[in-house]
Design a protein around this ligand. Sequence first.
Ligand code: SF4
Length: 132
Amino acid sequence: MGGREEKEDLISKVYKLVLEHGDKGILQSELWKRLNLTSRDGSRIATRLEKRKLIKRERVLEGGRWTYKLIPLVIPIDTSSIENSPCITCPNEGKCDVESPISPLTCIYLENWLLEEYEREGKKDEARSSET
Ligand code: SF4
């Protein structure tokens, strides 16, 4: 895998594809193929998403071989609402806790993102009410 940005982009892509398959999940081999990832890189990404409690890996027998299916743990109503969340690709996610120095309560990235989302939703509401 390349630089950090490229890696973060791939993590988001993997997460988005898993989300798109909802409850039934997606076989990891299919996912790696679609994103042109080696199974080593793909597995690393899946492990990171699993550690962040965004997905789970379920062992399944497919064509006589054991493999994993990736299933989202939380399915948002509208995936676009979280796809740019800074937490998905945050390198400090493992250390982030409300009781630690790195905390969502003081995180500028999270704050900025929430403000942007809030503004975006406000604009959508305005557009909706002007349509009626
Ligand atoms: S709240 Fe901030 S520090 Fe914590 S995981 Fe999200 S982006 Fe990272």
